[in-house]
Design a binder for this molecule. Sequence first.
Ligand SMILES: [Zn+2]
Length: 440
Amino acid sequence: MNAASQKVALRARYVVPVAAPPLQNACVVMRGEQIEAVTATPPADAEIVDLGSVAILPGLVNAHVHLEFSALEERLGEAGMPLPAWIREVLAWRQRVANDPDGAVSTQDALARGLAEAVRHGTTALGEIATVNWRRNGEIGGTGPSRGPLDLPLDVTVFRELIAPTSEPLRIAECMLTAGPHLAEGEVSKTWSAGLSPHAPYSAHPQLCEAVVRLHARSPFPVAIHLAESREELEWLAHGTGPLADLFDELELPSPFAASRRPLEVIEQLGGLSNTLFVHGNYLAPDEMAALAERASTTAVVYCPRTHAYFGHEPYPLVEMLNAGVSVALGTDGRGSNPDLSLLAEMRHVARQHPEVPLARILELGTLAGARALGREAKAGSLTPGKVANLAMIALPEGATDDAYDMLLRADTEVVATLVRGRPVFATDETPLAAWAKSD
Ligand SMILES: [Zn+2]
């Protein structure tokens, strides 16, 4: 029925294209993997699937996640914990995984669970950080496509995490040795694409970042780095002191303090690449926001709203960033610091915390801006003819308010189906889409 050449018109109470205003009682017309039209009147030659009281949106884009934590029922540590203390919790948790004979299996299980959870929440693109998180008897544990399939067809950008706190050439060379094969694998993969992630300014020495810049000059790839996440990071960058210095001492790592620095230097070093995601940006100064705004077409700050709240950071400067012209995308971060992987829940949190930001803009942050951040804007992020049919469908209460954005972001509505490249990857039994998918 729904062969590649067949046109299918998905009719819904609302179609919310993001790049254009919402349409009431309209259709998304798909042909194969692509969106052919967004229209009030379906073409005569289309098969019509009436979805009833739902809103069709572009698939949500979660620009920052660590899937390794996806099997955790509870977040690590405690609410309000300083970041260096939470990092200790992560290291202890990883040690437990390393000591568990089934550690490798459970890590793969976590990855699969995370992907399944993401599609249940309407996500069709992810920025995932793949970690080498333990080594034992020559065996390496961690997440990454070479250690297990990414068998759900999402658009996953897998950033290989790079950690080399000091300028020791051997450590940097060893780190970069994992980068080449990862990028080459991503190049030929049909299911994921590759990027690199120097972890953070305190764990990725400027010379490691320089090696990433040199590699990027040969053939571009997206880059992600955690930046300005905590006050402790700023203190350590400026003076080499504070709780992060204590953590390095405790881990008996050589002091990696490079020089008196600020996040601005990291923005200047990595902000000139093809696509750079600066994750968190909780404590960026006005001149750093201005530097990001100047580079807005190739950089994005990824705000992780509920993770930000978990750590009890100072209020997030979202309005300041948007007013300055910074590109902002949204991420859930991992289940080590977040209750789930729902980007819809993140957008609702933003709507509550930042009521001055229009709801349409918030929806854009979780879709089109995320796609742009991951370099996928040409194909994803909005319901635009010619883009890929990556869609999220959300049930709307009958007879509720007529403001589509209000129903999506201020109510407790749920994702009932997710399509990737025109095919359902998740659908509740109640949606007519489930029957349509089975009729294939
Ligand atoms: Zn992160």
